[in-house]
Design a binder for this molecule. Structure first.
Ligand SMILES: NC(=O)c1ccc[n+]([C@@H]2O[C@H](COP(=O)([O-])OP(=O)(O)OC[C@H]3O[C@@H](n4cnc5c(N)ncnc54)[C@H](O)[C@@H]3O)[C@@H](O)[C@H]2O)c1
Length: 291
């Protein structure tokens, strides 16, 4: 089966990024959200990102025109499911929400369609059990910002077929990504390591080991990470980071207990870039303003 029509559900940070790379790679892409405002913002994001691509010589105007020929938005999940070959859900990390989306998609998508999830933690076996086609369900885990990050982590559930994995691999490659195949285990490879490093950085901040800037600088320059763990937490969203840690704590044990300072920041509404303030303050125009 060749994939032509891709439906992405959820137009937040991840869904809009996935829809952007999908449309840019020539897939006829439909982005679905319950909120018109989110869809509008996703469109603006695609415009800004492609404009910037043209400015720096990575994209031509012709490619931008084709991108928008392939980029559609709707609030109608049933209709968008009916024509897809591959559906990628990127709604918030709540089981009951993902279940509802997958059940609807399963009821309306063509028989051959693959239903993938961008979940960071939820079991693909469980996601498959929400559908009548568990062999055609897998996790397709993208990273933020999607147009820059090279990896798609493919996680197979108990029933996921080899053919499903092969098709997802091919679609990811067409989107310009490299893939790794991971067996189901809480946190996969990347979420598990990232949660642990991010949590440790919060413990250090709380203990006064160093300032946030120096913790990030030490990890970047000393360990050759492209971003510090605290900056990365602000980018990912501290609420998302906390949710992942809570889940890993529940499933893998004590070493994943969320740092109290992280809990406190989330309680205060300091969620990172998206709320204007996290570990750092983003309320001034030019991005990162040090505390
Ligand atoms: N943020 C990250 O860095 C990151 C990285 C990898 C994976 N993920 C995973 O990706 C998924 C999405 O995360 P996000 O950060 O993009 O979330 P987000 O909160 O930014 O966006 C979620 C979007 O889903 C929409 N939505 C909610 N219910 C819906 C429904 N029933 N139908 C259609 N749309 C609906 C919301 O309106 C919102 O626009 C989660 O599973 C998360 O764990 C996130």
């Amino acid at each position: 089966m060749t994939i032509q029509n891709v439906t992405v559900v959820g137009a937040g940070v991840m869904g809009r990024g996935i829809a952007y790379v999908s449309a840019l790679s020539g897939f006829n892409t439909t982005l679905v959200d319950v909120s018109e405002e989110q869809l509008d913002q996703a469109y603006q994001h695609a415009k800004r990102t492609s404009d910037k691509g043209i400015q720096i010589g990575k994209l031509t105007e012709q490619q931008q025109t084709e991108l928008f020929n392939h980029f559609h938005t709707t609030t109608d999940l049933e209709g968008a499911s009916a024509h897809c070959d591959l559906l990628i859900e990127a709604v918030p990390e709540r089981r009951e929400l993902k279940q509802r989306v997958l059940e609807t998609a399963d009821a309306h998508a063509p028989e051959h369609a693959i239903l993938a999830s961008n979940t960071s933690t939820i079991s693909p076996t469980e996601l498959g059990s929400f559908t009548e086609r568990p062999d055609q369900v897998a996790v397709m885990h993208f990273f933020n910002p999607v147009h820059k990050m090279k990896l798609v982590e493919i996680v197979r559930g108990l029933e996921t077929s080899d053919q499903t994995v092969e098709i997802i691999q091919a679609a990811s490659e067409q989107m310009g990504k490299e893939t790794v195949e991971v067996n189901e285990f809480p946190g996969f490879v990347t979420s598990r390591i990232s949660a642990l490093v991010g949590n440790e950085a919060f413990h250090m901040l709380q203990e006064g080991v160093a300032t946030a800037e120096d913790i990030d600088k030490a990890i970047k320059l000393g360990l050759n990470y492209p971003m510090g763990p605290l900056e990365l937490g602000d980018l990912v969203g501290l609420d998302a980071r906390l949710n992942n840690l809570r889940y890993l704590h529940e499933t893998l044990g004590e070493k994943y207990r969320p740092a109290p300072l992280l809990e406190q920041y989330v309680k205060a509404g300091r969620l990172g870039r998206k709320s204007g303030k996290g570990v750092y303050d983003y309320t001034e125009k030019d991005g990162l303003v040090k505390k």
